[in-house]
Design a binder for this molecule. Structure first.
Ligand code: SAH
Length: 248
């Protein structure tokens, strides 16, 4: 049911939490776990906490960087326990499930979870189309990692079960999108190209970049660019770059 949704854990410190996540996933019918540079894995504490979900641990992919974890994804969601300096579109888990459901066929999803002690970095959060926040008590808003994964997986499952019962999904993506959405890699290349070009035309001062790239990322990610749109934008950037090069 959830082959196209992967759970990505970044730099997890406690292997027990990885096991807890595997169990939470299997309970809800998820199977794809990606671990970005975990502190300790494999580990017997992970196996113990996974109970019967060891096959998820055995099949877990371990990668050194978030980039590799996001390969092939076109809908990246970062789970965050607190608000950040530059606000991003934030959904609660139910809203996320509803948005995901209406585009399910065309979305390759990564749900990204942060470190136990300090969550996700701003840079990691800026790779995401959306942020999801579990509206816990603001006085004590940080859930255990496996508990946070549980809540999200549960909501996605409930959304699918609701649809099977005949509830009409709300449609946020348009009925038939003709072109595939740009992948995380394509978007990353677009942003790198944009940054290079903005430096070349002296719009962005690399010594004083302020929040320009963050704001531009947020703008583009909000619109979920597709492949053709991304290529058009890169074409504009290439043409702009050409103008900055000496003509002969
Ligand atoms: N102390 C960290 C929270 C770490 S909890 C901080 O202040 O950011 C580990 C991970 O679980 C978080 O990075 C996030 O991905 C997820 N998580 C915990 N509580 C959450 C919440 N209320 N909403 C969304 N994700 C949450």
């Amino acid at each position: 049911m959830f082959e196209r949704v992967r759970i990505v854990l970044v730099n997890t410190s406690h292997p027990g939490n990885i096991g807890g996540v595997a169990r939470a996933m299997k309970n809800m019918g998820f199977s794809r776990l990606v671990l970005v540079d975990p502190k300790a894995f494999p580990d017997e504490k992970a196996t113990a906490r996974a109970s019967g979900a060891t096959e998820i641990l055995e099949r877990a992919q371990v990668v050194p960087t978030l980039d590799e974890a996001l390969e092939g994804c076109n809908y990246v969601v970062g789970a965050s326990a607190r608000g950040r300096h530059i606000p991003w579109p934030v959904l609660d888990p139910r809203e996320l499930a509803s948005e995901w459901l209406s585009g399910r066929e065309q979305l390759e999803v990564a749900l990204v979870f942060g470190r136990e002690d300090r969550g996700l970095t701003n840079e990691e959060l800026h790779r995401c189309h959306k942020h999801v926040h579990i509206p816990a008590d603001p006085e004590f808003s940080s859930l255990n990692l496996a508990a946070a994964v549980q809540v999200l997986c549960y909501e996605l499952r409930m959304a699918v079960l609701g649809q099977e019962k005949g509830a009409a999904p709300d449609n946020r993506w348009g009925t038939e999108w003709d072109i595939e959405l740009a992948s995380a890699e394509e978007l990353q290349r677009l942003f790198e190209h944009l940054e290079r070009t903005l430096v070349a035309i002296d719009f962005l001062d690399p010594d004083n970049p302020r929040q320009l790239m963050t704001r531009l990322r947020r703008l583009y990610l909000r619109s979920h660019p597709d492949r053709v749109e991304t290529n058009i934008l890169r074409g504009i950037l290439s043409a702009t770059e050409k103008l900055t090069q000496p003509q002969d």
